[in-house]
Design a protein around this ligand. Structure first.
Ligand SMILES: NC(=O)c1ccc[n+]([C@@H]2O[C@H](COP(=O)([O-])OP(=O)(O)OC[C@H]3O[C@@H](n4cnc5c(N)ncnc54)[C@H](OP(=O)(O)O)[C@@H]3O)[C@@H](O)[C@H]2O)c1
Length: 336
């Protein structure tokens, strides 16, 4: 598997596999897919405690090591601390549980899944609100981040990262970090390119990992809204797919990887799992990369259409999901 080396020295595969079953595919289905993917050549898996399947994936990893499919050091395994485990000492407990479930001694990367401690129950609907939800606070964020720094210091995670951040939130917390994030996970697909955040991260040596790279067609109902763009139906994507004789989903992945992100597509379907790997991981000289002009066409096709809006994390008094994303350039709900 071809790898890239980040500014922080992390060596990552050019594509990883997502493991969130989107409330549609259960833990058995997802872990069977991961077992197939490992044998097909995937070397990076994007896990999280909230996905509810780390124990099954741990079994898959242990079997693969026992069968000689790969060695631990060949893999890049990510996990994330969920929002209800940000408090003092709680992230330390959460990483211990993830390590035990995944049957690993260390993670390659550990992420703060969301920048606030607002909790929603797995599988809740889009109108669900938790009365305990609160706006972002750099102090509370740092309570969780200090624990990730400790996890890194203990050797439980080679790299640490943040997810679902905005530029104003990064500006607020980066000066406070003793260990800077090496990786930033963010929603990235042709209809939602986040160019300013992407460039901000790259300029500071933080590698973007792109989630929902195909536009998450199977995402949970709570994350679907009228007006959401379907990436695989965008005319620009469809035209380029036709020109290359490939599925539009693969155009999304090629675009993401060629732009410099690491896409983490999810699928439980073997042909899709194989195609997603091969379209970005084979020798670029012998495969069929997008042309510079096609990359420019896709860059111009951005619809600024966020799919994972996160409205279930809103606090009392918030106006709408936009408040989670600091769209006016300042952190909402804090007066900053
Ligand atoms: N950090 C975060 O907060 C966060 C948030 C969301 C996701 N993630 C991570 O990102 C991963 C990927 O996101 P995602 O699963 O939401 O979205 P995605 O990868 O954009 O979309 C996955 C869906 O696309 C379809 N698909 C996959 N490969 C295809 C192919 N070759 N041709 C046609 N269709 C294809 C499948 O739909 P069907 O099932 O209908 O076949 C699959 O379920 C997750 O699994 C998770 O690990 C992280």
């Amino acid at each position: 598997m071809e790898t890239i080396v980040t500014a922080g020295g992390a060596q990552l595969p050019r594509v990883g596999m997502g493991t969130f079953g989107s409330d549609k595919y259960g833990a058995d289905r997802v872990s069977e897919a991961a077992a197939f993917a490992l044998r097909a050549g995937y070397r990076m898996f994007d896990c999280a405690s909230v996905y509810g399947n780390e124990d099954r994936i741990g079994r898959v990893l242990a079997d693969a090591f026992a069968e000689g499919v790969c060695r631990r050091e060949d893999l890049f395994i990510v996990s994330k601390v969920w929002n209800d485990m940000h408090g003092e000492g709680m992230a330390l407990r959460s990483v211990a549980k993830s390590l035990s479930d995944l049957r690993l001694d260390y993670l390659d990367a550990y992420f703060l899944h969301w920048p606030f401690p607002n909790y929603h129950a797995p599988g809740c609907d889009g109108d669900a609100r938790n009365p305990d939800s609160i706006p972002f606070s750099a102090d509370r964020f740092m309570t969780a981040w200090r624990q990730l720094e400790e996890i890194h210091g203990r050797g439980q995670a080679r790299y640490i990262g943040m997810s679902n951040m905005t530029t104003p939130k990064l500006e607020a917390v980066l000066p406070l970090c003793r260990v800077k994030p090496s990786l930033i996970e963010m929603e990235l697909h042709p209809a939602f390119q986040q160019p300013a955040l992407f460039d901000y991260c790259v300029a500071r040596g933080m590698q973007p990992i792109g989630f929902c790279p195909i536009g998450s067609p199977s995402r949970p109902e709570r994350d679907k809204a009228a007006g959401d763009v379907v990436d695989t139906e965008m005319p620009e994507v469809v035209n380029i797919a036709e020109a290359h004789g490939i599925h539009p989903a693969l155009v999304c992945l090629k675009w993401s990887a060629q732009r410099g992100a690491i896409p983490i597509p999810f699928s439980v379907k073997e042909p899709q799992i194989l195609a997603n790997l091969r379209c970005v991981s084979e020798d670029p000289l012998t495969t069929d990369p997008l042309t510079d002009e096609e990359m420019r066409t896709l860059a111009a096709a951005d619809k600024e259409c966020r799919l994972v809006k996160g409205q279930v994390f809103l606090w009392e008094g918030a106006r709408g999901w936009e408040d989670l994303w600091d769209m006016d350039g300042k952190i909402e709900g804090t007066g900053r």
